[in-house]
Design a binder for this molecule. Structure first.
Ligand SMILES: Cc1ncc(COP(=O)(O)O)c(C=O)c1O
Length: 398
């Protein structure tokens, strides 16, 4: 059965509300929550407003436990091993502030990593005379071992941590994190996985990975409310872990101490995004996680094929589910990387928005221009028609 007949593409599109006329092909950057999840978040906010004392002192902690248990089941670990934070950026900052680095130490990343993450580690290393090392990976990828080897070629006796994305940002590739964690254990190097894109898009089994830290955002592929992310911490790493924002460090409800106390209460806030995470998991489980992954991959695959065939794009990896999931990045070799870019929108991105209200990132990665197409349950092949037609129109103006 071909992808076009297997799926009723618009079956779930009505679950989201977009501005009229907008073609949203950027769930990977900012994934809007499903309407019922938004309503669930609002219900939690209302419960807080009706009696903040009761909510913070009596309701909040059991509700956070329940939400963490639900999340833990989704990502393959215990609820007690994950703490909610607003996003993967916060989680990564916590890891960076807690790793004891000394002058001469190295933190190993690679050239697919997210710019903000490279900055976080640059600051942490710079503060103590340590350094970040950026492994260069091959341009033509044929096997996952090329990525693993490129990373481990740069491991030295001074490597204190490997930071690696589960699914990369600009290139949208699935990294072989299982093998990276396995080889890192052999070398006794801790691993921090940057996983915001992997949650829901891939089957994630954090405990099986045996990584030290895993940073996630739930407002991407899980379609949870904005401001919902988490940090997983392996057992041996928990003692003494402290937040970057210091507050009471104890349970407001008078419960026995746990490592999460430092992170749960970092000043008065609305915890509704965290508490609505179970509603987001419920939604995708109702659709079927397998269905979600197959449908969104099929559409991403179609996007990739069409950009290659109809827009002279070049693939950046083999065509396989092992390499990419619901998001695909394709190189556009005929588009010039402008000097002004990446600090301003690329003219193609601007054209796509202004002429056709298409939201899609035109990414300059390693000095070449790429289109990154994100496919969630509300995206359809007809939206790809509009994308292809509008890029073609821009090409004629060049
Ligand atoms: C690989 C990667 N890491 C980290 C982040 C930061 O995620 P957030 O903005 O949710 O903190 C992103 C965001 O796109 C990302 O793609």
């Amino acid at each position: 059965m071909s992808a076009s007949t297997e799926f009723r593409w618009d079956e779930f599109a009505g679950e989201w509300t977009f501005d009229p006329g907008v073609t949203y092909l950027n769930h990977g950057s900012f994934g809007p929550p499903v309407d019922i999840v938004r309503r669930d978040r609002e219900r939690w906010s209302e419960a807080l407003a009706r009696n903040p004392m009761d909510f913070f002192l009596r309701q909040l902690e059991p509700a956070l436990d329940a939400a963490a248990d639900r999340l833990g089941k989704l990502v393959g670990c215990r609820g007690e091993d994950v703490v909610f934070v607003p996003n993967a950026t916060t989680a990564m900052n916590i890891v960076a502030e807690n790793l004891k680095l000394e002058a001469g130490d190295e933190v190993l990343l690679n050239d697919h990593e997210y710019g903000a993450v490279i900055r976080i580690w640059g600051r942490a290393c710079g503060a103590v005379g340590a350094k970040t090392v950026l492994a260069s990976t091959p341009r033509d990828l044929t096997t996952p071992d090329q990525l693993v080897d490129a990373i481990f070629d740069r491991v030295t006796p001074r490597t204190r941590l490997i930071v690696v994305s589960h699914v990369t940002s600009a290139s949208g590739l699935v990294f072989p994190v299982e093998e990276i964690c396995r080889r890192a254990r052999e070398r006794k190097v801790p691993v921090c996985i940057d996983g915001p894109h992997a949650i829901a898009m891939r089957e994630v089994g954090i405990r099986d990975l045996r990584c030290d830290f895993y940073c996630g955002s739930l407002h991407k592929w899980l379609a949870a409310p904005f401001g919902a992310g988490f940090l997983y911490v392996a057992g041996s790493r928990k003692p003494g872990l402290s937040p970057n924002l210091l507050s009471w460090g104890r349970s407001l409800g008078g419960r026995p101490a746990t490592w999460k106390d430092e992170f749960h209460w970092v000043g008065t806030a609305d915890f509704a995004p965290y508490l609505a995470v179970p509603a987001a998991v419920d939604f995708l489980e109702r659709v079927g996680l397998d269905r979600f992954r197959r449908q969104t991959h099929a559409l991403a695959r179609l996007a990739r094929e069409r950009i290659i065939q109809e827009l002279d794009g070049e693939p950046i990896s083999p065509d396989s589910e092992a390499w990419y999931g619901s998001m695909t990045t394709v190189r556009l070799p005929w588009v010039a990387a402008r000097a002004a870019f990446p600090n301003a929108f690329h003219p193609l991105q601007k054209f796509l928005w202004e002429e056709a209200q298409i939201e899609i990132p035109v990414v300059c990665w390693r000095d070449e221009i790429h289109l990154r197409v994100s496919c969630h349950l509300y995206n359809t092949p007809a939206q790809l028609d509009l994308l292809i037609e509008t890029v073609r129109r821009w090409r004629t103006t060049q």
